[in-house]
Design a protein around this ligand. Structure first.
Ligand SMILES: [Zn+2]
Length: 498
């Protein structure tokens, strides 16, 4: 358990032991949602992945500052810096102010994340609230001669940058390949080279979201906010930058270029961590492919691809039972299996609550071999997490530990065979990892009205049999739960105890 956390760093293409710059402080930045539509399974995967990393770092005693942004401006229709702002487009469609669209979908995002038991970040900065910082960053890049102004727009000069540094170091692409692959798109005339990207765009007359700048009334390019906001809240060099694999290029590549081209000359983060995508029948899930499922649809079962509704904890378990760097294929079977796995862990928690180590457990000698075996099983649970946050391995190890917990419950293993230390280790490992690191929590099951009606049925039966002891017991027990039984001429009902 003293083993250290290792993370796969996209920048170096290998697993590295995680060493914070200023332990016990850890700075982590994760690209958050663009709020112009409902969050879907892809959003959930990224949020849950970095939630577990956040939780595990805190569990290890680090003081983590977790920054996850809200992109509420400037995210354009395509990578070519052209087209319409997605938020503005939605605002026009729905006859709303862009900021109404932003607020509406931000609230939905927060609600859905809460259902998934995703902890809130420590800082959740919005791009629209950091225009000044973004303008300052552009000015630095211009001053360093690595950007140019055309007709009120500012573009990053990739070729100039590439003379001393390497554009493509994160994604492993090189300029020569990019030249070959990039078609010249219409409306790209302002750029010196097709792979140059916008730092500032002059707004067309119909563009609603616009701010004054030294170059034009306009809006920042879509890679800029993460450079500006990570620097503001975490410093010029910080520990972890996370996001979906689809953001590695061009978004994170451009972030690194901007950071290097600023006065800081740093990559920003030292560990770049990317979660893989959700697929449907092997195909990427995405808005443009029309095969994406919103979280609200998953929770309600209201989508043609869904055989039933799936609870938030089922979705969370589904995400965690795969390693974050593997693709995760959606299917009803996989979600149903996830439900079973989740339920197993919850039953484990219930069993553990009932188990108690006897106060005078000296009658039987502890079984050395069994104790050793249990300690190893507990360590395996951490080994999975330390191995690049492999929650799939950790869950498999938790199931192994659960077998022993169930054996104890069934009396197949006697409690006295374990030392007090082993018992505590087993219990703490299971509870802490399931509840606080994996972030799985109990969901209320079934319909409480139905359960209460069943109890009222027993109450009625007891009254008819004049079994008044039983009648009183049921009354008293329900009262403890804040429920009062009402005997009425028309029948028996219940109400909240007033
Ligand atoms: Zn970002």
């Amino acid at each position: 358990m003293q083993q250290k956390l290792n993370l796969y760093n996209t920048l170096t293409r290998k697993k590295e032991e995680f060493e914070p710059l200023h332990a016990p402080l850890v700075g982590m930045y994760v690209c958050g949602p663009t709020v112009y539509g409902e969050p879907h399974l892809g959003h959930a995967r990224s949020a849950v992945t970095f939630d577990v990393l956040y939780r595990y770092l805190k569990y290890q005693g680090y003081k983590v500052r977790y920054v996850r942004n809200i992109t509420d401006v400037g995210h354009l229709e395509n990578d070519a810096d052209e087209g319409e702002d997605k938020i503005q487009k939605r605002a026009k469609l729905e006859h709303l102010e862009p900021m109404e669209v932003v607020n509406h979908y931000t609230n939905i995002y927060h609600n859905e994340m809460q259902k998934l038991n995703v902890l809130q970040p420590d800082i959740e900065p919005r791009a629209s609230g950091h225009i000044i910082e973004q303008i300052a960053l552009i000015q630095e890049i211009l001053d360093n001669g690595l950007a140019y102004v055309v007709n009120g727009s500012v573009y990053f000069d990739v070729l100039a940058y590439n003379k001393d540094r390497k554009y493509g170091k994160l994604s492993g692409r090189n300029i020569e390949d990019l030249i070959g692959n990039t078609r010249t798109l219409e409306g790209q005339d302002e750029k010196r080279a097709p792979f140059d990207f916008a730092l500032w765009k002059k707004a067309s007359p119909s563009h609603i979201m616009r701010w004054p700048s030294p170059w034009s009334d306009g809006f920042p390019g879509w890679h800029l906010e993460c450079s500006a906001m990570s620097r503001k809240y975490l410093g010029t060099s910080f520990d972890i930058h996370g996001g979906g694999l689809d953001l590695m290029f061009p978004h994170h590549e451009c972030e690194i270029a901007q950071n290097q081209a600023s006065c800081d000359h740093s990559d920003g983060a030292r560990y770049w961590v990317h979660n893989n995508m959700i697929t449907v029948n092997g195909q990427k899930m995405g808005k443009s492919l029309g095969n994406f499922i919103n979280l609200s649809e998953l929770f309600s079962g209201n989508h043609e691809m869904l055989e039933q509704a799936y609870s938030p904890m089922t979705i969370r378990f589904f995400i965690l039972q795969a390693h974050y760097r593997s693709t995760l294929d959606f299917s009803n079977e996989a979600l149903q299996a996830a439900r079973k796995g989740y339920t197993k862990l919850m039953n484990g928690l219930r069993v553990l609550k009932k188990l108690e180590y006897p106060k005078d457990a000296t009658a039987v000698e502890p079984d050395a071999k069994l104790n050793e075996e249990l300690q190893k099983l507990a360590q395996d649970c951490f080994r999975g997490l330390n191995d690049d946050l492999n929650t799939a391995k950790t869950i498999a190890s938790l199931f192994n530990l659960l077998k022993k917990i169930n054996s104890l419950h069934l009396g197949q293993i006697k409690m006295e065979q374990l030392s007090r230390g082993t018992f505590d280790l087993m219990r703490d490992t299971f509870q802490e990892l399931v509840l606080h690191v994996l972030g799985l929590q109990e969901e209320s099951i079934g319909d409480m009205d139905e359960v209460l009606n069943l109890v009222l049925g027993f109450y009625k039966e007891a009254k008819e049999q004049k079994a008044y002891d039983k009648v009183d017991t049921i009354r008293a027990e329900l009262k403890k739960q804040g429920i009062a039984i009402k005997d009425m001429k028309t029948g028996i009902d219940w109400a909240y105890e007033e």
